[in-house]
Ligand binder design. Structure first.
Ligand code: MN3
Length: 202
């Protein structure tokens, strides 16, 4: 039994249309996400083999490969639950209050987070996260799945800015994908993650 498994989508791949096509969701979940799950499991096995054989020089490359692939699994698992056929709108409650206080209102946050997604250099992600040491919400850009991570930050909302997330439908127009994705964000899921994250201390 592998350590990590691909979670099922909780909705039909076509359910995110017209904002995200069924074909994108099928390939993204069934091929891309699945490949990170498989590679994370394989890499853990390789680390075990290298450790048993005392091939210590193999560790830096294997640990980096694990960070990439497990990071991919974590982020995509979040992404599918951060999105919903019934998503969109604006957050409410304590999360909304914190967004307003931190970013100067939802519109200002939306503009900032949109640009954080659009301007990722190459392949990466935008994240709304909770940074426990400062006790504050932060926006971060990840390169690939893990570079530039603000250590300790708990991700609440993760948006994939890799070309495979949008190219079949939006071609090179990442900004149009970002405009569409706001119609799918599951603020109930983000708020649940926020309620858990604010209990974390470092
Ligand atoms: Mn992806």
């Amino acid at each position: 039994m592998p350590l990590y498994t691909l979670p099922d989508l909780t909705y039909d791949p076509a359910a995110l249309e017209p904002h995200l096509s069924a074909r994108i969701v099928e390939l993204h979940h069934g091929k891309h996400h699945a490949s990170y799950v498989a590679a994370a499991n394989t890499t853990i096995d390789k680390i075990g083999e290298a450790t048993a054989a005392e091939r210590w020089a193999d560790l830096p490359g294997l640990e980096r490969t694990l960070a990439f692939n497990l990071g991919g699994h974590v982020l995509h698992t979040m992404y599918w639950t951060n999105l919903s056929p019934n998503g969109g709108g604006e957050p409410t409650g304590a999360l909304r209050t914190d967004i307003d206080n931190t970013f100067g209102g939802f519109a200002a946050f939306k503009a900032y987070f949109s640009q954080a997604t659009i301007t990722v250099q190459g392949s990466g992600w935008s994240i709304l996260g909770y940074e426990p040491l400062g006790g504050r919400l932060v926006v971060q850009q990840l390169l690939t799945h893990h570079d530039s991570h603000l250590l300790g930050t708990v991700p609440l909302l993760a948006i994939d800015a890799w070309e495979h997330a949008y190219y079949l439908q939006y071609a090179n127009l990442r900004a149009d994908y970002v405009t569409a994705i706001w119609n799918l964000i599951n603020w109930t899921d983000v708020a649940r993650r926020y309620a858990d994250a604010i209990l974390v201390s470092l």
